[in-house]
Design a protein around this ligand. Sequence first.
Ligand SMILES: [Zn+2]
Length: 429
Amino acid sequence: METKSILIDNVTILGNGIKKGSVIIENDKIIEITNKGQKDADEIINGEKKVLMPGLVNTHTHLSMSLLRGLADDLPLDTWLNDHIWPVEANLNGEYCYAGALLACIEMIKSGTTTFNDMYFFMDDVAKAVDESGLRGMLSHGMIDLGDEEKRKAEFKETMRIIEKCHNAADGRIKVALGPHAPYTCSEELLMGVREKANKMGLKIHIHVSETEFEVQQVTEAHGARPFEYLNEIGFLGDDVIAAHAVWLSDKEIEIIKEKGVSLSHNPASNMKLASGISPISKLIESGVNVTLGTDGAASNNNLDMIEEMKLAALLQKVNMVDSTVLPAEKIFEMATIDGARALGLQDEIGTIEVGKKADLVLLDMKTPHLTPFRHPMSHLVYSANGGDVDTVICNGEILMQNKELKVLDEAEVIKLAEDSAKELLSKS
Ligand SMILES: [Zn+2]
């Protein structure tokens, strides 16, 4: 294979200790970080007045739901799901999911996300979009059986089909996880089947847990235990589990989450918009739990901007605790990068800017009024920036966007495809 090199020259590098230097990429990896003058490379990117950060990691989303953006707002979660989202989802097909995923991939590239954890349907079509976009993703087929044995068998069959077809695809950028939807939509048999497969195949598990207070009541009535207690009792939990939301937690559940090494995906925008509640993340982090960040789908956010999500996470927790010192910018940044990578088991490959790691890198343009004066890049990133400040994106050593110009996918074409698909999908419902 021919070697390809990129030099990002004279840039401010965000990480544990902020420094000025140059980063050299060879093929898919970072091979050198130096402050010793100019080096040569096939492609040289001038990093002056720019900040370089690791690509952001969105640990909970539903890409194809981008087609449902703005479809139903300002409603309680159960009405939103039962009367609006699920009826439309009943008419989904692979083409629609592909179109929605392509749209989401472009949105993620343009706002600095290079890795995401997705749960939805028609995941081989989603994988096709991810492959074409150049992004890195963990995909899971969302499994729901509502206690029905036939449905359960069909869900495992589809999950196995996706694993066989997509796991480690796109030069290893795509991984497949197991995706039981939630403890109130999945039977114990399904959950235990998932645990067994995860153990046997070494795959991650992506699940929604304790998003609403109502869900906690439902699970408590059905099983005589709160959701995380119930999942612990049946032996479902482990350090391979990524639980999204985790809003309603007892002290005992926090203890269980910590003890089992479960990673959480905090989704502040979705939780606020659906008025689900406030996850006690500062308490969780203090207890040693790995708390990461996710946007959830664009139907309940209503975008996939992880930079915006960082700010929301910080502000929500500060006002919730009536303590402005909780969750400083540095911690929020870790949640959106290395902590997310850890949840996905990719901490040795991505999440920080280090020699030997994959070149998943994002440059932010700091020459804009709302990021001036250029004095505290971490603070600017979390509190002042937004996805629109992303200038250049590299994933797996490939330049996906440069100077705000996409190098992959045709944006106008994808927007048209998404518009047409959304219209057609809605007309069927
Ligand atoms: Zn979700």
